[in-house]
Design a protein around this ligand. Structure first.
Ligand SMILES: Cc1ncc(COP(=O)(O)O)c(CNc2cccc(C(=O)O)c2)c1O
Length: 460
């Protein structure tokens, strides 16, 4: 018999003692948090027994679906053999060695080394110190500036949040830290104006060239970007964007960092999102789908031309974490990657379930509330507008429609993420055709409920 979790007392204790991430605690405590008690495949169950379709795979991370026993068994076995030892001071252990080898096999040929961390934020902090150390080793210590994008998300540590381009985060804590410069994001729906997507893609990319010239190539260390911005709202760049970025990085002596924390491990139908766009990065921060969220683990994939310098010339790279390469987290990641590989889940996103859901998702553009429906691999967005198909936003505070829609979604038994007035999905990669149909049905119902409510409130 599974445990019984009484909602009210749990909510009260949560409100009394637990500070949640990215939350307005006063309003959360007034409303009461939703207690998720178990999950299997694509489905969550809360303490009231409601089954909820996890359209967000947790936080973009549960790629193999919830509750795979193979991962739990691998974790229990490792926990019983070596529950912790570190990889500092000339020690290592079998799980971290095996995982590093698996990642080298699965990554593009140029990537044969990985530095392990405990999260995506720590991976981007590592990236910042790695690229600066690389240039220092090459006697170019002036090359320290990192260029990133507005509305990007690279984590919540001082460096991660500073590399990210989210103003509400920068306002808290005096961010960004020095040495980071943000350029435009390739968000055609909001910022493309009268330009075609192709023209806008080039324009957004050429801001990188302008920034390098403004700062001085001898001061710029790297450019960091998500192949597709996730938390920023599934910003799928126009076709012309990445080839132009790649050209600029090749012509100018700066490193290219592709943040694969969301786009990696099958989210776009390839092992790494960079491969979908033909990008050849120098570094790839990873986390999330690496372990499908079963245990916290992240890392940085390092291309040979960087690794060669770090290994053979830098000497001590004075950086790392207690849990870098944690043996039990590595065991979870190994079991997770084995499932992804052996069940051909990545190929199925590219060839089967991705196209299947993309087609149904695109049809949602016919809804009066939807200004644009876009999806790549298994991450999609709907732009909510007052008069479809105009690219015009709701009057009043941005995000109100999105919040109303997100609440209806949960009430209808589907988790969608609201980013301002866009609705996001990023389901487990193992979602079946039937579950994809159900996801679309629940989305349509949610859009209808939202449309009725916004009309009632005079917002339509
Ligand atoms: C591209 C990218 N890079 C780095 C991070 C940071 O990873 P950690 O959280 O493990 O430190 C992320 C994380 N992305 C993330 C994390 C939490 C919430 C949401 C959301 O969309 O609500 C997105 C991310 O999406």
């Amino acid at each position: 018999v599974s445990n019984v979790y009484p909602t009210a007392p749990l909510r009260a204790l949560d409100a009394a003692h637990h500070l949640h991430p990215f939350s307005d605690m006063k309003s959360l405590n007034a409303e009461g948090s939703r207690v998720i008690v178990r999950a299997k495949g694509c489905w969550l169950e809360d303490s009231d027994g409601n089954r909820i379709l996890d359209g967000m795979a947790g936080l973009w991370c549960v790629n193999v679906g919830h509750g795979r026993p193979e991962i739990a068994e691998a974790v229990a076995a490792q926990m019983g053999e070596l529950s912790y030892y570190n990889t500092f001071f000339k020690t290592t252990h079998p799980p971290v060695i095996k995982l590093a080898g698996m990642l080298a096999d699965l990554a593009p040929p140029a990537f044969n080394h990985v530095f392990f961390t405990g999260s995506g934020s720590e991976s981007n902090d590592t990236v910042m110190r790695m690229v600066r150390t690389y240039w220092q080793t090459l006697e170019k210590p002036e090359k320290t500036v990192i260029i990133a994008r507005k509305n990007a998300y690279h984590g919540s540590t001082m460096a991660g949040a500073s590399l990210g381009g989210m103003a509400p985060m920068h306002k808290q804590g005096g961010l960004p830290i020095p040495g980071i410069h943000h350029i435009a994001q390739p968000y055609w729906f909001d910022e493309g104006g009268d330009l075609s997507p192709a023209e806008f893609g080039l324009k957004a990319a050429q801001e990188l060239e302008a920034a390098i010239d403004e700062i001085g190539e001898d001061k710029v260390a790297a450019f960091i970007a998500e192949p597709v911005q996730g938390a920023g709202g599934v910003i799928i760049p126009p076709e012309t964007y990445w080839p132009e970025i790649a050209r600029i990085c090749k012509e100018r002596e700066i490193l290219l960092v592709a943040d694969e924390v969301i786009c990696g491990f099958g989210r776009l139908g390839k092992w790494f999102g960079s491969e979908h766009f033909g990008i050849e990065p120098d570094l790839m921060p990873i986390a999330k789908g690496l372990s499908s969220g079963y245990l916290p683990i992240g890392g940085v994939m390092v291309a040979d031309r960087i690794a060669d310098v770090l290994v053979n010339a830098t000497g001590d790279f004075n950086h790392g974490f207690t849990y870098s390469g944690h043996p039990v987290a590595c065991a979870a990641a190994i079991a997770n990657l084995t499932i992804l590989r052996d069940e051909k889940i990545v190929e199925r996103v590219a060839d089967d379930i991705g196209p299947y859901l993309q087609k149904k998702w695109a049809a949602l553009a016919g809804h009066p509330l939807v200004g644009e429906a876009r999806m790549i691999g298994l991450m999609g967005a709907l732009e909510l507008v007052p008069s479809s198909p105009a690219r015009r936003r709701f009057a009043g505070d941005a995000g109100r429609a999105g919040t109303i829609c997100r609440d209806f979604s949960f009430r209808n038994g589907l988790v969608m993420r609201a980013v301002r007035d866009s609705m996001i999905i990023s389901p487990p990669l193992v979602i079946t055709h039937a579950e994809a149909d159900e996801l679309v049905r629940l989305t349509e119902k949610t859009l209808d409920d939202t449309h009725a409510e916004l009309t009632r409130q005079g917002m339509m």
